[in-house]
Design a binder for this molecule. Structure first.
Ligand SMILES: Nc1ncnc2c1ncn2[C@@H]1O[C@H](COP(=O)(O)OP(=O)(O)OP(=O)(O)O)[C@@H](O)[C@H]1O
Ligand SMILES: [Mg+2]
Length: 264
């Protein structure tokens, strides 16, 4: 693992009125890893990744992408810099087909004057590229790229959202609960996609409540508790019971020496 994180957050704080969502939260994402972020409801996981992607602006704290400090004010800023996010509330356009969803907001224009002047879309190029990309990610259950997204199953829809996030020259993929609404088969498909993304060198941040899934795909696990990073562990050094104990505060961890101290 390289010493320089691709994405790093230092001491982020974010309050919504009286509610403190982030209370000095940090995060490091290294090249080629899947970092899971776990924690109880309201622990600040979604807020943390919204700050990383530009959907929210932290009150204080610093964010670095490839060592350079960034100040994302809106999701387009993060996306433009290569941070692609699939939010917990899934953002797909149901009435559009798969290819149109993949290219939403960055449509390809026809070459030459028709594209430049009349802004004519290059539908066949987008369809062909989408088909390749979907096949490349191993999404085998989608048969027709022209199918409207609203007619897809929940898992296929999620797969389209992940495919969209990875279709462009992204540096980081962030997935907030991508399998929460999915059955076993569909979840497995999304997990396989995550592994494929990592195998291609794309680092992934995965927020999930599903411990077996986290232990299956994560290289490291960041445990959020009360708006802070309580610990970072790995599936090799810790088991699910320990992670849940840290999540709930039954165990605390000294971040420096990573020793466990039962709470009295
Ligand atoms: N837009 C908002 N306005 C007010 N409070 C908010 C807002 N967004 C988040 N919060 C609060 O901030 C805290 C952290 O919320 P966040 O969504 O980050 O939690 P989470 O860890 O993602 O939880 P979950 O596992 O339920 O998705 C919660 O107490 C939540 O109620
Ligand atoms: Mg959340």
């Amino acid at each position: 693992m390289s010493a320089q994180p691709i994405l790093q957050a230092i001491n982020l704080e974010k309050a919504y009125g009286n509610v403190i969502a982030l209370n000095g939260s940090s995060l490091e994402l290294f090249p080629g890893e899947v970092l899971a972020v776990v924690g109880d409801n309201g622990a600040g996981k979604s807020t943390l990744i919204k700050c990383l992607s530009g959907a929210e602006v932290p009150d204080t704290g610093e964010i670095f992408l490839e060592g350079n400090q960034v100040h994302f004010a809106k999701p387009q800023d993060g996306r433009g810099a290569g941070v692609e996010t699939v939010y917990q509330s899934l953002a797909v356009a149901p009435a559009l087909d798969i290819a149109a969803n993949l290219y939403l907001g960055r449509e390809l224009r026809r070459p030459g004057l028709v594209g430049k002047v009349f802004r004519t879309l290059d539908n066949s190029a987008m369809k062909a590229a989408s088909k390749n990309h979907i096949a490349d990610l191993g999404i085998s259950t989608i048969q027709n790229i022209s199918q409207a997204v609203e007619t897809l199953s929940g898992g296929q829809r999620q797969a389209v959202a992940v495919a969209r996030a990875s279709a462009f020259s992204s540096k980081v993929i962030i997935l907030d609960e991508p399998t929460a609404a999915l059955g076993v088969r569909e979840s497995n498909q999304v997990l396989k996609m995550i592994e494929r993304l990592r195998d291609r060198g794309l680092p992934v941040i995965l927020i999930s409540h599903n411990m077996p899934q986290v232990f299956e795909v994560a290289d490291r696990i960041q445990i959020q508790r009360l708006g802070k990073r309580a610990a970072v562990v790995t599936p090799k050094t810790h088991d699910m019971n320990q992670v849940v104990a840290i999540m709930t505060g039954a165990l605390t961890v000294d971040e420096k020496d990573q020793t466990f101290k039962p709470v009295r």
